[in-house]
Ligand binder design. Structure first.
Ligand SMILES: Nc1ncnc2c1ncn2[C@@H]1O[C@H](COP(=O)(O)OP(=O)(O)OP(=O)(O)O)[C@@H](O)[C@H]1O
Ligand SMILES: [Mg+2]
Length: 341
């Protein structure tokens, strides 16, 4: 097989790293985590296994999540993680050093861009091109790259919300806000601590969020959690009846400031964009977009139609896949995909 058949799309999220292989599809989605011994640099585990170790909060391991708030916070751990996950995705074919198209958080600073490039190069990439993540998510979420209308895209991930306006395969403007599903987990931990006096492990708080699954009470999947979960420090709690009533409202309140940021950004956009967005609406992507009721809450607050993509969590990686099919259309800075405006 020729080396250039191995072109990969890489979206390194704060929760999940996703790899798209050209001609094959999404080949990997694994937790973005690396486990080390407390004082050493030997790698104990990468991906889902490392995340499990973090969830067990053992003192014998130090688990690093190399990406936070949409950006690489630890290059070395990020490079180790990317190298290992690419090896897993491709198996023995990693003999050919792959060429990558990587998603970079919208509105990234030059330092954040350099950190991502450095991690991917250290992981062994032969060549790296960078694409804005909101643009990739727009394409992966189903927007047609040649569409002449202004369309708004909002991605709510694990630790960052990225949003912006795309038109004709270009990101016209974009912003990011450090807020995501992890902040919702934190809000739940705080509420449980106040109500029951116990401090949950983050993974248990996330489980509760997934169990409730909604930001509107009438859409909640479940109301009571009976005995089962882990506390911070690894102890288990049993026979504690936790009522999940109140969690949808709590999540709705926690997410409100981000929706306000989006509202203000729309209000500041040029009239032509504002008018079109009112008609074309918002495309919603990201893992946190899977919470029921978010489209309704956004529609009400923003006053525009809101449509959730079919596979919201994978949207950016799927968009990189589309871009991989035709990289010639990508401009040198990666901000343009498709015909020029
Ligand atoms: N079905 C679901 N309902 C609600 N939340 C979900 C669901 N599935 C995943 N999530 C949440 O989505 C978040 C992860 O989203 P995503 O995979 O888009 O993040 P990421 O790309 O790794 O992170 P980021 O883009 O913020 O760096 C987690 O907080 C997770 O709890
Ligand atoms: Mg993401």
């Amino acid at each position: 097989m020729l080396g250039w058949n191995l072109d990969l799309g890489l979206d390194v999220g704060s929760c999940t790293t996703r790899i798209y292989q050209r001609g094959v599809g999404l080949v990997l989605a694994e937790a973005s985590a690396v486990a080390f011994p407390p004082g050493g640099q030997d790698v104990l585990a990468v991906g889902g296994e490392a995340k499990l170790m973090a969830d067990q909060s053992s003192e014998d391991v130090r688990v690093v999540f190399p990406v936070r708030g949409g950006v690489v916070a630890d290059h070395q751990a990020a490079a180790i993680m990317i190298r290992e996950l690419v090896r897993r995705a491709l198996g023995r074919r990693t003999l050919f050093m792959p060429r990558f198209v990587v998603a970079l958080t919208t509105d990234a600073t030059p330092v954040e861009r350099a950190a991502l490039l450095s991690a991917v190069q250290r992981a062994g990439a032969r060549r790296v091109r960078v694409v804005d993540r909101t643009l990739a998510a727009a394409i992966g979420g189903g927007l047609v790259p040649t569409d002449r209308a202004f369309r708004m895209v909002v991605s709510i991930g694990g630790s960052v919300t990225e949003f912006g306006v795309v038109c004709q395969g270009r990101l016209v403007w974009g912003r990011n806000v450090r807020f995501g599903g992890r902040d919702l987990d934190e809000a739940i931990r705080k509420m449980i601590r106040n109500r029951y006096g116990v401090i949950l492990a983050s993974a248990s708080a996330e489980q509760m969020k997934l169990q409730v699954g909604a930001v509107l009470p009438q859409m909640a999947r479940s109301r009571v959690l009976v005995g089962g979960g882990e506390l911070y420090g690894g102890d288990l709690f049993r026979n504690l009846q936790i009522t999940l009533d109140g969690i949808p409202d709590l999540l709705g309140r926690a997410i409100a400031p981000v929706i306000n940021e989006i509202l203000w950004s729309i209000a500041e956009a040029p009239t032509e964009q504002r008018v079109e967005i009112k008609a074309t609406g918002v495309l919603l992507v990201g893992g946190t977009a899977l919470l029921q009721g978010i489209p309704q809450v956004m529609r009400e607050r923003l006053g525009v139609p809101v449509v959730r993509a079919r596979e919201p969590a994978h949207a950016a990686a799927l968009g990189l896949g589309t871009i991989l099919q035709d990289p010639a259309k990508l401009s040198r800075d990666g901000h343009r995909y498709g015909a020029p405006v």
